[in-house]
Design a protein around this ligand. Structure first.
Ligand code: G3H
Ligand code: 13P
Ligand code: ZN
Length: 338
């Protein structure tokens, strides 16, 4: 696809990233400090720079996460080199995570490449099959000092919304049951658990005043604690807030997003953080910030054609957003060197 050497061959020669901070270390400190780690998706240079610069300036530990789609888009070697650049130009603790790994082979590939954690998402399977698939990844990962995230329950709404107005909102889905969560963690051996509590991916999450089921989240955390699994790290996917100002800005400059959509209220994320969601996944808000800045630039400066002129403001918009999240929502700012 890229006309470049096969990534697996290349990465075999250059196995590990420059020193990363292990996901386990980040989790342990976050649990102790009662803050959440931002797990931000990276796909290109500007996104990576924006996240790293904001976190460096805010002294925030951070997780960069890479999806299969990101690997297909940018090529694993480009992403690896971008992250190596980030590591060498920053001082903050930084972990690299596979987001929504859908096969053992993809997880194995990322483990072999030196990722500090991988997600194996078999949440669409039966409980037993989910356990079996996770167990296989855990067995391999633990032999290679890698942390594994599993998911139990099925996120409501669209896993991948198609960008059309309307989306799927929070329809269907299957919420995580506290007792099942305990059994799942015990049987699969996963190190962290993504929960389904009314969260969903993309820009179309809620209509009106819907919120996350935070009582369920508390019950899951308590069940894990009571069963002897300790202060167990939970993961919140679909944690974008879909800020209205971005949606309106995008539409003002020619976009066609549905304006009656809402994301997760930031107040809900704060409660989730206090309850013990250690890793909070944010992608859509970054995309919205970037798109709003580019659309504005294109509309206001139609004669400009130097990509740096619009990618610069777009990078700045993402940086401002990440700064806000780590400082005011996740409260991990200032904890890089705890
Ligand atoms: O949950 C999905 C993440 O937002 C990554 O999305 O698969 O389009 O890269 P992607
Ligand atoms: P959002 O679509 O809400 O940003 O969620 C991202 C996510 O969960 C990535 O795994
Ligand atoms: Zn997700």
């Amino acid at each position: 696809m890229h006309g470049l050497p096969d990534a697996a061959t290349y990465l075999k020669l250059t196995k590990n990233f420059m020193p990363l901070t292990h996901t386990n270390d980040l989790f342990a400190k976050a649990l102790k400090g009662k803050y959440a780690l931002g797990a931000f998706n990276v796909n290109n240079m500007e996104m990576t720079q924006a996240i790293i610069e904001a976190c460096e300036e805010e002294k925030a530990p951070v997780m960069l996460q890479i999806s299969r789609g990101a690997r297909d888009y940018a090529h694993p070697v480009y992403l690896k080199k971008l992250i190596e650049a980030a590591v060498s130009l920053s001082t903050i603790p930084l972990a690299v995570h596979l987001d929504h790994g859908d096969t053992f082979d993809l997880c194995k590939q990322c483990i072999d490449e030196g990722f500090t954690s991988v997600m194996i998402d078999a949440s669409h399977e039966s409980f037993e099959k989910n356990v079996e698939i996770c167990r296989k990844v855990v067995d391999y990962a633990h032999k290679h000092n890698c942390v594994v995230e599993g998911e139990l329950g099925h996120l409501v709404g669209a896993q991948f919304d198609d960008g059309e107005e309307g989306g799927n909102y929070s329809a269907g889905g299957h919420y995580t049951q506290p007792e099942e969560a305990v059994q799942f963690v015990r049987q699969s051996g996963v190190d962290s658990l993504a929960v389904a509590i009314g969260n969903s991916h993309g820009a179309y999450k809620f209509k009106g005043e819907q919120h996350l089921d935070l009582e369920r989240l508390k019950a899951i955390k308590r069940a894990l604690l009571d069963s002897g699994l300790g202060d167990y790290p939970l993961v919140l996917h679909g944690a974008s807030s879909v800020p209205k100002e971005y949606v309106l800005e995008i539409n003002k400059y020619g976009g066609q997003l549905g304006e009656d959509t809402a994301g997760v209220p930031e107040a809900d994320i704060e409660v989730a953080r206090r309850v013990g969601c250690t890793k909070v996944n944010i992608d859509t808000d970054l995309r919205l910030a970037m798109t709003a800045a580019i659309r504005k630039f294109m509309a206001e400066k139609p004669k400009e054609f130097d990509p740096r002129k619009y990618l610069g403001p777009a990078r700045k918009a993402v940086k401002d957003l990440v700064r806000h999240k780590v400082r005011n929502v996740l409260c991990c700012a200032g904890h890089a060197f705890d």
